[in-house]
Design a protein around this ligand. Structure first.
Ligand SMILES: Cc1cc2nc3c(=O)[nH]c(=O)nc-3n(C[C@H](O)[C@H](O)[C@H](O)COP(=O)(O)OP(=O)(O)OC[C@H]3O[C@@H](n4cnc5c(N)ncnc54)[C@H](O)[C@@H]3O)c2cc1C
Length: 351
C-alpha cells in the first residue's frame, strides 16, 4: 500500500512530491508530457503586480517560503535552479512614477520597490521616462527543474512515464487502486490537463495560453530583467526570453504566427539593437475564474485530492499550497477558504 499517487509533474506535482519525501511518505508519480506550462514558463518570481504596483495575493509570504524551498531542492538535485536578478519596470508617464512612490510607502511592498529611479538601464533600451527597480526577484529554471526532478524520481523507480487513464481508477472505502497499485490518497496536479479529469473537471479552471519568443542578441548585453509592454528576461549566452502573451480563446499548445508577430512588434518598440529569433514556445496556464488556487478534497470521494489553479504565478504559489494541502490531508488543518475547492461545491452538485 502506497501513501500517495501523484498525477502530473509540473510545478505542482514537483512541490507536492518534494513535500511527501520530506514527510517520508511512499508515492509514485504519473507524467505523460501532455502539458507544457511549467517547462516553457519564464520562471520569474516577483511578488509585485507590475501593472498597478500592488502586491500579488499573499506573495510576500509565498516568497519567504518558496525561495528556501527551491534552495533545498538545488542541493538535493545538485543543480543551479535559481537565478536572482532585479526587474526594471519602465515607466510610461510621470503619473506611473508617482504611483510607484506611493506603492513603496506600503510596508508589504517597500522591501521590493526601490525608490531610487534609474534613468537608463541599457544602451539599447531608450525611453522618455525612468525605470523603477524591483528587488529580491529572479527566476527559477523550470525546464531544468522538471528535467532533473524526473531523473531523480526515475532513479528511485517511482516515476511512471505514462498517461494516467482515469477510467482505470477504482475508488475503495479507504484507498484507491490503479493498474496494480494501491494507495491511501491520490492527488491530481495536471495543470490545464484537469479538463480531461472526470472527477474535477467541474471546477472553473480556464486555460490561458502564453507564448514566449527566445531571441539571441550579442549587442543587447542585458543582465537584469526589463518589464515594459513585455518582459525581456536574460537567459545567459546572449539569449533572452521575450513575452509573454495572454490568450483565453486558443487552447492548443502550439506556438502561433500571430503571437510571434505581436511579440516582435512589441520588442521592436522597446529595444533598438539587432537580434534574431531562435525559438518560440507555448503553454497553457492553469488560470481560475477567481484567480486563486484550487486545493482540497473531492466533494464525494474522500481519497481524491487536487492541487492546481496556479495561473501565472506557479513558482511562488506551488510550495506553500502543497504544504497546506498536506497539512489538510494528514493533520486535518483546514485549508484557507480562498483556496479550498469547497467554494465551488455548488458547481459540483449542479454539474
Ligand atoms: C508562457 C508562460 C509563461 C509563464 N511564466 C511564469 C513565470 O514567469 N512565473 C511563474 O510563476 N509562472 C509562470 N507561468 C505559469 C506557470 O507555468 C504555472 O503556474 C505552473 O507551471 C503550473 O504548474 P502545474 O504543475 O499546475 O501545471 P503544468 O505545468 O501544466 O503541469 C501539469 C503536468 O501534469 C501532466 N499531466 C496532465 N494530465 C496528465 C495525465 N492524465 N497523466 C499524466 N500526466 C498528466 C502534464 O503533462 C504536466 O506535466 C507561465 C506560464 C506560461 C504558459
Amino acid at each position: 500500500m502506497l501513501d500517495y499517487i501523484v498525477v502530473g509533474l509540473g510545478l505542482s506535482g514537483i512541490a507536492l512530491s518534494n513535500q511527501l519525501e520530506g514527510r517520508k511518505r511512499s508515492f509514485v508519480v504519473f507524467e505523460d508530457d501532455s502539458q507544457t506550462s511549467t517547462k516553457v514558463a519564464g520562471g520569474i518570481y516577483n511578488p509585485v503586480i507590475l501593472k498597478r504596483f500592488t502586491l500579488a495575493w499573499e506573495a510576500d509570504k509565498q516568497i519567504n517560503y518558496s525561495i528556501p524551498f527551491y534552495q533545498k531542492l538545488e542541493e538535493k538535485l545538485n543543480e543551479k535552479l535559481i537565478r536572482p536578478f532585479n526587474i526594471y519596470r519602465r515607466f510610461h508617464s510621470v503619473e506611473e512614477q508617482n504611483n510607484w512612490f506611493e506603492a513603496a510607502d506600503n510596508f508589504r511592498l517597500s522591501p521590493f520597490l526601490n525608490t531610487q529611479l534609474i534613468r537608463q538601464v541599457n544602451d539599447s533600451i531608450p525611453g522618455d521616462f525612468s525605470f523603477g527597480k524591483v528587488e529580491k526577484t529572479g527566476a527559477l529554471d523550470t525546464e531544468l527543474l522538471v528535467e532533473s526532478y524526473k531523473k531523480y524520481l526515475e532513479k528511485r523507480q517511482i516515476l511512471k512515464n505514462k498517461r494516467f487513464d482515469y477510467s482505470k481508477l477504482k475508488i475503495n472505502k479507504d484507498s484507491v487502486s490503479y493498474d496494480g497499485l494501491e494507495a491511501r490518497h491520490i492527488v491530481f496536479c495536471e495543470g490545464y490537463g484537469v479538463v480531461n479529469n472526470p472527477y474535477f473537471n467541474y471546477l472553473p479552471l480556464r486555460g490561458n495560453k502564453g507564448e514566449y519568443l527566445v531571441i539571441k542578441s550579442e549587442e543587447l548585453q542585458l543582465k537584469q530583467a526589463v518589464k515594459s509592454s513585455i518582459f525581456i528576461l536574460p537567459l545567459g549566452k546572449d539569449l533572452y526570453k521575450v513575452g509573454a502573451t495572454y490568450n483565453h480563446q486558443d487552447k492548443t499548445q502550439q506556438p502561433t504566427l500571430a503571437a510571434k508577430e505581436k511579440l516582435q512588434a512589441d520588442l521592436d518598440k522597446v529595444i533598438n539593437c539587432k537580434y534574431e529569433i531562435v525559438d518560440q514556445v507555448a503553454g497553457i496556464r492553469p488560470a481560475t475564474s477567481d484567480r486563486r488556487p484550487l486545493a482540497g478534497n473531492h466533494p464525494e470521494h474522500q481519497r481524491l485530492f487536487i492541487c492546481n489553479g496556479f495561473g501565472s504565478r506557479g513558482v511562488l504559489i506551488a510550495p506553500l499550497i502543497s504544504e497546506k494541502l498536506l497539512n489538510f490531508i494528514e493533520d486535518e488543518i483546514p485549508l484557507p477558504p480562498e483556496v479550498d475547492i469547497r467554494r465551488f461545491q455548488k458547481k459540483f452538485y449542479k454539474s
